[in-house]
Structure formats: structure tokens, C-alpha cells
Design a protein around this ligand. Structure first.
Ligand code: GUN
Ligand code: FE
Length: 445
């Protein structure tokens, strides 16, 4: 692959290589990464004789390669509700909008429509790896895993567990025993369709502490251990939720302690939100090696709060970004990057300038950070020898420019905006060129 590439080297360093070459073998594994390549002469081949005759993809001047985005937390069944919040906050939003929609996925044709659309949608936004919550329904959960496998999207797919009367009668596990049985059935299915977990892997998914009894949480901790599975759940998203957890689990010191007592805090645990964790909870989560999915769009939409990402990073926590559809209003991790920057700037108004996240930092969270959260840091999130070629191509230079605004002979330009001096257009009092029509329109599920 010849052309520009951009990727995060560390939280502090975003590498921008204007003319590179990445050699990818037939298995999709990166075998060399060259910077400073002459695209015309192909000088790189002198150094890599054995690659003579390899097929070449050239993108010089058209855009750049960037690692595929990693969405560390989203709810596939909630896609049709994107943007619906009214005046609700988390607990009323769940009962008003979320549970009724999720219950409708007892119908497999409905699940197929929603899930195939959502997988297409996340892929269209460059998400090559995604941690999905499904619903309590085993057939629909298994279908989501099959769709991810068929589309080649790396995924963690979790059947949601919810046994308490926090959930309505019409959408609840019948018992802890049946929740366990159904979770095991979904794990078995996913392991059967992808035995090595190359693309899809199961994830044990207690919805959140209020949805599960102490017995249920402990049983799910044991299930994750016995099946060697990832775990995902929500933590400390909203102050009303935290008060509810305090009431429901009076013997526990904190929300994090509830999960810890059930052996649910492990190096393969993804905790969504962590907006209001105490210093002691941060320390506990970090000491267990559990990871955080930061979901700023959702936290703003449901008025949950602004997660203190700088403090979480300083506490040594590993963080990725999550769209949290439909608490979050977009399936795009790039949008989540913007929202992470904005949320950090709201924090900065109280905490000081150190709270501000940079563009480089949020792009790191969207790729390398997310890869660590889902346990794929050796495979995806950056361009290194030995890692998988898991990339998106970002196209540039295809912005249509209104006729009459370009200098010189317009026939030479043929609509290519790369030569247009935007500063000059601004000086002439003309809006910058528009991008292509916004494709993220109403969802046709
Ligand atoms: N907490 C429990 N369930 C949910 C959910 O579906 N979305 C969000 N954002 N938080 C939750
Ligand atoms: Fe969520």
C-alpha cells in the first residue's frame, strides 16, 4: 500500500507519514513499514526484492490510511432510537425508550433488519472492531455474531443479562439459572462459528448492577472465568444510578466494590462510563486491570456528566472510546473523538487546562487505547510489523468547488479542490467548500 498514512505512536505522538509504503502479506499481516518512499520510482522494492510482482494499491494524493476505529461500547439493538432522549436521564430513559425497543428483538426478522443495518453503519464509519451489547434473546444475539463474522468486522458480542425487577416483566431473564443457561448457549454458538475468535468473540454481559442480583453477578463472574471470556458492563454513569446501587447493595463500599465482590473486575473487563468513580474506586479498578470505555456523546445526551478522562489516565487506567448508541447519538467514533475533546474542555472550565484532551490523544483512544481495551493491542490500532492490516482509507481532495471560485484556468482543475486556497476564499468572503452531502441521515431500518 503506497501513499500517506497516519497513526498514533503513543498518547502524545501522532505520526503523519506523507509518502509511505506498507507491505501486507496474503494473511493480511503487515510485513514492512517504510517511510519516505518515492512513489514514482518505487524505491522501496530495491530493499524488499521478494515483493517484486506484488499487487500495489496507490493512494498518493487521494487521501491517507488510518487504523480502523475501535468502538469499545455500543448497543446494536438500540440503533432505531438514535437521538431519542426527550427530557429523560438514564433510569427513565431505559424504561421509556430502551427496554420497549430491545424487547422487540424477540422477533428474529426485526433483529435481522436492525442488526444488519447497524453493522453496515458502524463499518461505514470506519469501525473495524466493535464491542456490542445485544439483548437477552439468544437467537438474535447469535445472529448479530454471525453478521459480524460474515462482514469481517471484529466484534465482541454479548447476550445481556438482567434478572431483577429493575427490568420490566416483558423484558427480563426468568431466573438466574436461565440467564446463565442462555449466556452459555450464546458463548457456545459464538465459539462454534469462530473457534479461535479471529473475528468474533463472546463477552459476558451483566447489563449493570441494578439489573442483576448479587447471586446473578457472582454467577456471571464465575461464568466468565470458566469460559475464559471477556466481561462488559456499565459503571457509575449517573448519580441516580449510583444512589440506587448504594440502596440495592448496602453491604458494599462502592459501585466498583459490587463488581469486585463478584469477580467481575478483571484485565478483560470493559467498564462503560466511569463518570463519577471515587479515587478509591479508580484505584481498585486500576489494580484489577479492568478497562474503561469513555462515551462522551452519551454522557452529554443523557446529562450523566463529563467523565474526568485526564484524571482516569493519570490513575493509570486504560481507556477507549464508545459510541454507546442510543444513549450516544452517533455510530461514528470520529464523532466520539470530537465529543471527547468537547467534554474535556467542559471539565477544563472547572479543573483547569490540563484536563483538555488533544486531537492526538483522542485519536489514540479511538485506536490504540481501544485495542488495549478489547485485548487486541498486538493486532490492531496501529501500523507495525506483525500487526494486522486493519485500516480505513480517508479520502481527501474530492470536495466539489463552486465554479468560478478557483483561480487560473478552471478546466485544469476539474473539481479537484486540492489546489484551492481556502484562506483566499475566506478573504473574498466566500464560505469554504462544502463536503459531500451528509450521509448520516435518517436510519432506514
Ligand atoms: N445502563 C444500563 N443499561 C444501559 C444502556 O443501555 N445504556 C446506557 N448508556 N447505560 C445503561
Ligand atoms: Fe451503554
Amino acid at each position: 500500500y503506497l501513499g500517506a498514512f497516519v497513526h498514533s505512536v503513543s498518547l502524545q505522538e501522532l505520526e503523519i507519514c506523507p509518502c509511505g509504503a506498507i507491505g501486507v502479506d496474503e494473511e493480511g499481516v503487515i510485513r514492512f513499514v517504510e517511510r519516505d518512499v518515492d512513489g514514482d520510482t518505487g524505491r522501496v522494492y530495491a530493499k524488499h526484492e521478494q515483493w517484486k510482482g506484488a499487487s500495489v494499491v496507490r493512494i498518493q494524493g487521494k487521501g491517507f490510511f488510518f487504523p480502523g476505529f475501535i468502538d469499545t461500547h455500543t448497543h446494536a439493538p438500540q440503533h432505531p432510537n438514535t437521538g431519542l432522549f426527550g427530557q429523560t436521564t438514564l433510569l427513565s430513559w431505559l424504561t421509556t425508550y430502551t427496554f420497549p425497543l430491545e424487547a422487540s428483538l424477540s422477533s428474529l426478522p426485526t433483529a435481522h433488519r436492525i442488526y444488519s443495518n447497524f453493522v453496515s453503519r458502524t463499518l461505514s464509519h470506519g469501525t473495524t472492531t466493535c464491542a456490542y451489547y445485544a439483548t437477552i434473546h439468544v437467537p438474535a444475539t447469535n445472529l448479530l455474531a454471525s453478521l459480524c463474522l460474515a462482514r469481517g468486522q471484529r466484534a465482541l458480542v454479548g447476550r445481556v443479562c438482567m434478572t431483577t425487577d429493575m427490568s420490566p416483566d416483558y423484558y427480563r431473564d426468568a431466573s438466574v439459572a436461565s440467564a446463565l443457561r442462555d449466556s452459555q448457549a450464546s458463548i457456545d454458538y459464538i465459539r462454534a462459528i469462530d473457534p479461535h475468535g479471529a473475528i468474533v468473540r463472546p463477552v459476558v454481559t451483566p447489563r449493570f448492577a441494578p439489573s442483576c442480583s448479587t447471586e446473578c453477578l457472582a454467577a456471571l463472574g464465575a461464568l466468565a472465568h470458566s469460559t475464559d471470556s471477556f466481561i462488559q458492563t456499565h459503571i457509575s454513569e449517573n448519580t441516580g444510578e449510583i444512589a440506587l446501587v448504594r440502596d440495592l447493595f448496602p453491604a458494599s463500599d462502592s459501585y466498583a466494590a459490587v463488581y469486585d465482590a463478584a469477580h467481575l473486575l478483571t484485565p478483560r473487563t470493559i467498564l462503560a462510563h466511569a463518570v463519577h468513580l471515587s479515587a478509591a474506586e479508580r484505584k481498585l479498578v486500576a489494580s484489577r486491570g479492568a478497562k474503561i470505555a469513555h462515551c462522551p456523546a452519551s454522557n452529554t445526551a443523557l446529562t450523566s456528566g463529563c467523565a474526568p478522562v485526564r484524571e482516569l489516565l493519570d490513575a493509570g487506567l486504560t481507556i477507549g472510546l464508545g459510541t454507546d448508541v442510543s444513549g450516544g447519538f452517533s455510530p461514528s467514533i470520529l464523532e466520539e473523538c470530537r465529543q471527547a475533546i468537547w467534554a474535556s474542555r467542559f471539565r477544563a472550565m472547572c479543573d483547569g487546562d490540563a484536563a483538555k484532551l488533544t486531537t492526538g490523544e483522542v485519536l489514540y483512544l479511538a485506536t490504540r487505547g481501544g485495542a488495549e481495551v478489547v485485548g487486541l493491542e498486538d493486532k490492531v490500532g496501529g501500523f507495525e510489523v506483525g500487526m494486522e492490516w486493519d485500516a480505513q482509507m480517508v479520502r481527501l481532495g474530492e470536495v466539489p468547488v463552486p465554479v468560478g471560485l478557483m483561480g487560473g484556468d478552471e478546466s485544469e482543475h476539474e473539481g479537484d479542490a486540492a489546489d484551492v486556497d481556502i484562506a483566499e476564499l475566506a478573504n473574498r468572503g466566500v464560505d469554504a467548500p462544502q463536503t459531500e452531502p451528509f450521509r448520516n441521515g435518517p436510519v432506514d431500518v
